[in-house]
Design a protein around this ligand. Structure first.
Ligand code: B12
Ligand code: SF4
Length: 597
């Protein structure tokens, strides 16, 4: 037995790693005896058991590679789960690292300790290849920063893949040894094979790399037509780690929640909204490479969910992440799904859909099968903006009809709107307010900021018309915390831009059940006055937002957020503050009386 190495000093990443891993192993009833297992590796007291060598299972007889896949701010990531399952099915060793979680309510930046934990974990796992999933431009800077550090501090090769590097491979290749464009299952297997076996990797389809200092661009391979050939995504895999809140845990975060994430199709959406990255993937990257819209068989989907439930019986709901669920599905697919899902799974499920597509018979069938919630993008209350700027053809009437169908069938609903499209006029914002006011309650509304994603039609147009600069395209246009919060409405609007401040606040108030609708209609009728003095409406909106976050109405904090100078002045003059308080209450009561009339 080798001599026990001293424990890492307390508080260092390795110490934390040790604690986390020892805890995980205690949970599994396993004890670390350094050197006792042939396949294990040790460092200090830290020991990460390597998987049994599966090389003998490999049809090729080639050596397996050790791969670590990192998902950034996306603990559900289907991408790394799918890639991991494919790598393992081909005999490679693969660990999943879920680095930070995506929480809509609040952005939590990466801490120095979390970064150290990640690098220390990689130091222990000693991968040949580290894959970073860059699902969206949102996490591009973080991905590149980590890729640079991994290349500096470990001997692993780094590969990045996902939607963002698919559009911007040159940029990604500055930070990685390989960039995968498009779907990555076969490509990463070939890269792993090549690395483990010392073979050339400059002719692998979908991969961009450097060879003798020159960038090598390989074409994208044809799309896999039969999705049933893919193994079920990795879920509850023992080689999963989570880094969050300055700690490392050996667990799959998806098994900690009662919601199971999956998809029924790939690239199924038939629409071409100008702000969306999907059309570029379908029409540019995969032009001539086969039909992008592909469906898994119902049996394959149900098999995956059943297997997941065996591993985590606590699953209480399923979320399908198809862009538009069941759109243009093969004949008979929807009927088979609606017949088998309740019988074989019997859980409620949520979907994304499209307001131009919701028809009553489909909703009826899906509701009987367990449909609980539909989320769909309406994007703007102005038909003109939808048609001319966003390339969305549905009319206001169609949107209201869809909303009505969902309401009548008792399906929960969420709508998404974008409120800062550069071409929007005051009239368009008014349209968004009135449309939200007409939607049947209850509903949830997500108010978003427009991200200028690279490659999208709206970005090209905004660049051509000088509405944005190249630096503003997607990831470059805001610091990470702001980008994360871009989907949340914030009062940060300047009171000087009175008209937009008023309409944004009104839209927000219409989307949350705090201020009674008649009061909002009254403010709407008095918009000429409130546009000159938007303060009260802004404070009400900010108070509503804070209520959403904290559950309490905090008028003082809301005033401070909207008008810090006034709040400061009142704080310094408590008597005046008390008078202001009385006035606000009086105005509030007066407002409510107006509503009752
Ligand atoms: C479902 C989905 C989500 C879900 C994620 C659910 C999940 N469980 O993964 C949620 C709602 C959480 C989400 C969030 C966001 N999303 Co999203 N999302 C999608 C959607 C519709 C499908 C993605 C998916 O799961 N596909 C199935 C998996 C298996 O495939 P995949 O992700 O494409 O991964 C394959 C390849 O990309 C590649 N690959 C991926 N990673 C890696 C890594 C390596 C090493 C390799 C080799 C290959 C590789 O191989 C994978 C397997 O073939 C896509 C649209 C689309 N059709 O792609 C948008 C999409 C990816 N999302 C997008 C965006 C913008 C976002 C958000 C920023 C939205 C927001 N403002 O909050 C966030 C970002 C979250 C984050 N931390 O990155 C954009 C990205 C465009 C861009 N250029 O940035 C897309 C393209 C849609 C759009 N609106 O344009 N999203
Ligand atoms: S409907 Fe949704 S997924 Fe389809 S193109 Fe429009 S935004 Fe993208």
């Amino acid at each position: 037995m080798p001599e026990r190495a001293p424990s890492p000093p307390e508080g260092t990443p390795l110490a934390a790693l040790e604690v986390a891993l020892a805890k995980a192993d205690r949970v599994r009833g396993r004890h670390h005896v350094p050197g006792a297992h042939g396949a294990g590796r040790t460092r200090g007291d830290v020991r990460i058991e390597a998987k049994a060598d599966t090389s003998s299972d490999r049809a090729t007889g080639a050596r397996p590679a050790t791969v670590c896949l990192i998902s950034l701010y996306l603990s559900e990531s289907l991408a790394v789960r799918q890639l991991c399952a494919s790598l393992k099915a081909h005999g490679h060793r693969c660990s999943l690292i879920f680095f930070k979680e995506f929480r809509w309510e609040v952005f939590r930046p990466v801490t120095a300790r979390e970064e150290e934990l990640l690098l220390a974990l990689l130091g222990e796992l000693k991968p040949d290849l580290v894959g970073i999933s860059l699902t969206s431009s949102l996490v591009a800077d973080l991905a590149y920063d980590l890729a640079d550090k991994v290349r500096d501090r470990t001997t692993a090769k780094v590969i990045v893949g996902g939607a963002h590097p698919s559009v911007s491979p040159e940029e990604a290749l500055e930070h990685a040894d390989f960039v995968c464009r498009g779907e990555g299952e076969d490509a990463i297997i070939e890269v792993a094979d090549a690395i483990a076996n010392g073979r050339a990797f400059d002719q692998i389809a979908n991969i961009w790399t450097r060879h003798n200092g020159e960038v090598v661009h390989n074409d994208v391979r044809p799309l896999e037509a039969n999705l049933d050939l893919l193994p079920f995504v990795a879920f509850g895999d023992p080689d999963s780690y989570r880094i969050e809140d300055d700690r490392l845990d050996r667990l799959d975060p998806a098994t900690q929640i009662p919601l199971y994430h999956t998809t029924a199709s790939r690239m199924a959406c038939p629409f071409n909204c100008t702000f969306c990255g999907g059309p570029w993937l379908r029409r540019v990257l995969y032009a001539g490479k086969g039909q992008p819209r592909r469906y898994r068989s119902v049996g394959h989907i149900l098999g995956e969910i059943k297997q997941a439930r065996e591993r985590h019986p606590g699953i209480q709901q399923v979320q399908f992440w198809d862009e538009v669920f069941a759109v243009r599905a093969p004949e008979g697919w929807l009927d088979e799904f609606c017949e088998r899902f309740p019988r074989e799974i019997g859980l409620p499920f949520g979907i994304w859909s499209h307001p131009g597509l919701l028809i009553e018979p489909t909703i009826e069938k899906l509701k009987r099968a367990g449909l609980k919630k539909v989320v769909m993008g309406v994007e703007s209350g102005s038909q003109h903006v939808r048609r001319e700027v966003l390339n969305r053809k549905e009319t206001d009437a169609a949107i209201l009809r869809s909303a009505d169908i969902l309401k009548r069938h008792g399906v929960e609903v969420g709508y998404d709107f974008i409120v800062d499209i550069p071409w929007l006029t005051e009239e368009n914002l008014r349209g968004t307010f009135t449309l939200i006011m007409q939607l049947p309650e209850p509903f949830e509304v997500g108010i978003h900021s427009l991200s200028f994603l690279p490659g999208t039609a709206i970005t090209e147009r905004a660049l051509a018309e000088g509405k944005i600069s190249k630096e503003q395209v997607s990831r470059a246009n805001q610091p990470l915390p702001e980008r994360f919060e871009s989907h949340l409405w914030k009062s940060g609007l300047s009171i000087r831009d009175r008209s937009s401040a008023f309409w944004h606040s009104m839209i927000y108030l219409a989307s949350v059940p705090l201020v009674p609708k008649p009061l909002l209609w009254r403010a709407y009728r008095w918009s000429a006055l409130f546009k000159l003095f938007p303060g009260p409406v802004m404070i009400a909106a900010e108070a509503a937002r804070m209520k959403g976050e904290t559950g309490e109405v905090k008028l003082w904090e809301a005033l401070d957020a909207v008008h810090p100078r006034l709040a400061g002045f009142l704080a310094r003059h408590p008597r005046l503050g008390a008078v202001a308080n009385r006035v606000v209450r009086k105005v509030g009561r007066w407002g409510y009386r107006l509503v009752e009339r």
